[in-house]
Design a protein around this ligand. Structure first.
Ligand code: NAD
Length: 369
């Protein structure tokens, strides 16, 4: 299969980790007989420096013409003092909005070999495998009006706005994903207080009728926050609106304790999806070869699975990552006793060796050091 992939490296460690993921995608293409081509474009601080805008029009056009988008991360000290709508992070919000990326998927999977990285007890996290599905383009982050008002600006308003259609499409996406997983959807809302949540709950009930094999449960968001820590293994797919999802997905990501390991996908109804690590641009370690490329490599695996329906290819990358960790290879952020610390590039090379089932090459990389 031939696929065109837009690559937006962004800032900080973005260029290092996207370069690593491109190499892994090329190795997967070679192994399974596909042809991937890559076109780079600017976003974030790098785009501000070049063009004055965090998301140039040309970048949006390149993304629209591609089959999928791989993003590193944006932001850094250099641009921290710019006004809100000129900051690198604005580029992220703008690309989500312009490509209508309404469904943000964040899988949380505990790697057995990294169970020490979590602050939670091993028996709580071992076996955790859940997917948070967050609505990404509506709700209080986008609703109007949003303003300070009154005589001395001592009044403030933000607006939580959703249409029925926006709620339907994200809940439908959660049910579709549950059909591919353990067939359970937990819908999270605040229906005891918010009218928007009452519409959310009714809509979830309506959509559930189309999926009789899928179990649906409703949880209030405060209860969901507790349950995620108390017994995360009870969850399969958790679906929620934009702001609840922002908070819960960060909470859930900490179940694994390792930011450098967490991938994500943002999908639209029929356009290209965007795949990126959960972590930021880590300006404190940029350019030092210390960045963990695994979250970006796992995001590339999500691209294969969700954008190209290449399940076997995605699984091969995920297995290679798991085996590399089991064999004791680590980057500095996840290092433990009796493990081998690798640089960003070395970790990429080791993953490729495992993907190509050439473990001797992996040993050679660590012996060389
Ligand atoms: P961060 O995720 O960049 O870093 C937090 C800590 O984790 C740092 O100590 C960093 O070194 C470490 N870290 C993160 N990713 C790592 C990796 N792959 N390997 C090893 N260590 C890693 O969050 P922050 O420090 O709050 O933000 C830094 C910049 O990133 C800010 O400008 C922020 O706005 C931006 N940011 C961007 C995104 C995005 O592009 N999606 C997300 C979050 C933050």
């Amino acid at each position: 299969m031939k696929k065109q992939i837009a690559v937006l490296p962004g800032d900080g460690i973005g260029p290092e980790i996207t370069e690593g993921a491109i190499k892994v995608l090329q190795a997967a293409a070679e192994k399974f007989g596909h042809e991937f081509s890559f076109q780079k474009a600017l976003i974030g601080g790098a785009a501000i420096d070049e063009t004055g805008e965090p998301l140039p029009k040309e970048t949006v056009e390149i993304c629209q013409q591609s089959d999928a988008i791989l993003l590193g991360a944006v932001g850094g000290y250099k641009w921290d003092n710019l006004p809100g709508d000129k900051r690198p992070e604005k580029g992220l919000l703008a690309i989500r909005k312009s490509l209508d990326l309404f469904a943000n998927l964040r899988p949380v999977q505990a790697f057995k070999s990294l169970s020490n990285a979590s602050t939670l007890k091993e028996e709580v996290i071992n076996g955790v495998d859940l997917m948070i599905v967050r609505e990404l383009t509506g709700g209080i982050y986008f609703g109007e009006p949003r303003e300070r008002r009154g005589e001395n600006n001592e009044e403030v308003v933000d607006t939580l706005h959703y249409t029925k259609r926006e709620i339907e499409r994200i809940i439908e996406k959660a049910f579709q994903l549950a059909m591919l997983r353990d067939k359970k959807v937990t819908s999270v809302d605040k229906a005891n207080v918010l009218e928007s949540s009452r519409m959310w709950r009714e809509t979830a009930e309506e959509i559930a009728k189309k999926y009789p094999e899928v179990e649906l449960e409703h949880l209030l968001v405060d209860n969901a926050a507790m349950a995620l820590i108390r017994n995360p293994k009870q969850f399969d797919v958790m679906v929620t609106e934009n702001m609840f999802g922002d908070i819960l997905s960060d909470e859930a990501s900490m179940l694994t304790g390792s930011l450098g390991m967490l991938p994500s996908a943002s999908l639209s109804a029929d356009g290209p999806g965007l795949f990126e690590p959960v972590h930021g641009s880590a300006p404190d370690i940029a350019g030092q070869g210390k960045a963990n490329p695994l979250a970006t490599i796992l995001s590339a695996a999500m691209m294969l699975k969700y954008a190209f329906e290449m399940k076997e290819e995605a699984a091969a990358i995920e297995e290679a990552v798991e085996e590399v960790l089991e064999a004791g290879y680590r980057t500095a952020d996840i290092v433990e006793e009796n493990t081998k610390v690798l640089t960003t590039n070395e970790m990429v090379e080791v993953v490729i060796s495992y993907l190509s089932q050439d473990k001797k090459a992996a040993d050679a990389i660590s012996v060389k050091r």
